[in-house]
Design a protein around this ligand. Structure first.
Ligand code: KIV
Ligand code: ZN
Length: 548
């Protein structure tokens, strides 16, 4: 193995080749903010908390937990994560707008290591068409905003949005001005994924060279790359070579449009090619990469493509005979990373109806989750119910149960039972019984274009929530005749896309559960908005601010 070192050893015990002193690179994870902006990927409070805890355990330095002005959900998530985590810095995003900054400051009150991240676009195209402001006005706005943020916290990050398309001299000027105003990190984003590596790396070396205060005062320069041309990780590596000391990324590379730089790819590139990137290190516990990748995928409903680097299902699969032969002789022939170094389980442990709560708890920990006793009890109940129907319970089944249990917080409507009649030449008819959060059962029936359509119409009649189904997929999550079926749906509610996921050994039941989970997400968001309006007058009812 070229990557034979123990992946969990502290960096000081894992010196760079030739005894070179290593420079720590801060990992800033924005899965909960930029990642959550992926269409349909909205997470509930409990899911955000769980991801944040696992990010801290992964060794991430900064967690961007949300954009507090945009919703009550983001406000609460930033607050709760900031208060609970005691090692990672927790950041809240804010436009250069006073009420945004105040809201971020309020959300972070009581946080152990708070950061406010303010941004303002600086490129010509954004100045002229979006902001309709001259560069000098933007500098003034940025400086005032950094100063305002500093009244709440000592740690302030500033991002000149669309920085990679901003004139270099302007970038230097705005960076100098915000540092003077109190910014401790300056992030230069490639907002639209337009940069190429040499060019992006040069921006960092240029700014550092022009502004000696960056090195002198320990100011962090940061990269933030989008993947529109598939260059996000390459650009992030180039930024580090140019002098960036913080890299912004997301688990599985999720994010706006084509996504952000993927955390696992960046970290493993630095690690696997430590012969090349000699002096850099991150504090990431790489063995936790695979479990958190699976967790983020199942909670967001965004599946990881099979051939995705590092965490895809095929990333370590060798199909060609010549490769398999080489692997048997020496794994180094075709494998540049040891799969166990990123936490791919060495063997698939199968549980069944005789497995106890303890064995289940151990496996859940190995899968990267930490559950309190009460949640574990509920998961164990669901596990036993499944094990009664299904001989072998695989990791995928356990993850599916976890996913359902973490969703209970938003389970306003629950499926009690259903019945469908369908067949060739028969009008599909469904009768559905749902229970609302007060425990009242409601029944309705509907016909439809097939059994699922009939079920969905009946659900709409009971819940009163009208949505348009945009995507519907089913798959078996494990093999065998008794495999659980997973249904995922994407529905549109006004201008919002929402995902839902459901599981059952009965595929129609899985489809109904998926639909209900999307409807529950919609209802939860609506309730939060109403509560926020009642609690805060109009401050929190501003709806989504324009997302970066
Ligand atoms: O892509 C972007 O420019 C952003 C900023 C808020 C950093 O997400
Ligand atoms: Zn971004």
């Amino acid at each position: 193995m070229s990557d034979s070192s123990d992946q969990n050893v502290a960096p000081e015990n894992n010196p760079a080749p030739g005894g070179v002193e290593r420079t720590p690179i801060r990992i800033f994870d924005t899965t909960l903010r930029d990642g959550e902006q992926s269409p349909g990927a909205s997470l509930n409070h409990q899911e955000k908390m769980e991801i944040a805890r696992q990010l801290e355990a992964l060794g991430v330095d900064v967690i961007e937990a949300g954009f507090p002005i945009t919703s009550q959900g983001d406000f609460e998530a930033v607050g709760a994560i900031g208060k609970e985590l005691d090692r990672a810095i927790v950041a809240g995003l804010s436009r250069c707008v006073p009420r945004d900054i105040d809201r971020a400051g309020e959300a972070l009150k009581g946080a152990n290591n708070p950061r406010i991240h303010v941004f303002c676009a600086t490129s010509r195209i954004h100045r002229e068409h979006k902001l309709k402001k001259a560069f000098e006005e933007i500098v003034t706005l940025s400086v005032d905003s950094v100063k305002r943020a500093r009244q709440f916290v000592d740690d302030v990050e500033f991002s000149p949005e669309d920085g990679s398309r901003t004139e270099l001299n302007y970038l230097v000027d705005v960076t100098a001005a915000v540092i003077e105003a109190g910014a401790t990190t300056v992030n230069i984003p490639d907002t639209v994924g337009y940069a190429v590596p040499e060019e992006y790396g040069h921006i960092f070396s240029y700014v550092r060279e022009k502004l000696p205060q960056i090195a002198r005062d320990g100011i962090y320069l940061s990269s933030h790359c989008h993947n529109d041309l598939g260059l996000a990780v390459a650009n992030s590596l180039a930024a580090v070579a140019g002098g960036a000391r913080q890299v912004e990324c997301t688990i599985n590379g999720i994010g706006e449009r084509a996504g952000n730089a993927s955390l696992e790819e960046f970290v493993m590139a630095l690690r696997t090619r430590s012969d090349y990137y000699k002096q850099y290190e991150t504090g990431i516990v790489t063995k936790k990469i695979f479990p958190i990748s699976r967790m983020v995928s199942s909670l967001t409903g965004l599946q990881v493509q099979r051939n995705k680097a590092v965490v895809g299902e095929n990333a370590f699969a060798h199909e060609a005979g010549i490769h398999q032969d080489g692997m048997l002789k020496n794994r180094n022939t075709y494998e540049i990373m040891d799969p166990t170094s990123i936490g791919v389980p060495e063997s698939k442990l199968v549980l069944g109806k005789h497995s106890g709560r303890h064995a289940l708890g151990d496996r859940i920990t190995e899968l990267g989750h930490s559950l309190d006793g009460e949640t574990l009890d509920k998961v164990y109940e669901a596990f036993k119910a499944l094990a009664d129907k299904k001989k072998d319970v695989y990791d995928e089944d356990i993850e599916a149960i976890l996913d359902e249990q973490l969703a209970t917080g938003r389970r306003l409507w629950e499926l009690v039972r259903f019945q469908v009649t369908s067949g060739t030449g028969v009008i599909a008819t469904a009768t559905i019984v749902l229970r609302d959060s007060s425990g009242t059962e409601k029944t309705d029936a509907s016909t439809g274009d097939g059994p699922i359509d009939a079920c969905y119409s009946a659900v709409q009649r009971i819940t009163g929530v009208k949505v348009t189904l945009e995507d519907y997929q089913t798959r078996a999550i494990t093999g065998g005749k008794d495999a659980q079926g997973e249904a995922t749906v994407q529905v549109r509610h006004h201008d919002r896309k929402v995902r839902g996921r459901g599981l059952s050994t009965d595929v129609i039941e899985a489809a109904v559960k998926a639909y209900l989970s999307a409807i529950n997400r919609i209802k939860t968001t609506e309730e939060r908005k109403v509560n926020a309006t009642m609690m805060n007058g109009d401050a929190a009812s501003t709806g989504k601010a324009a997302q970066p």
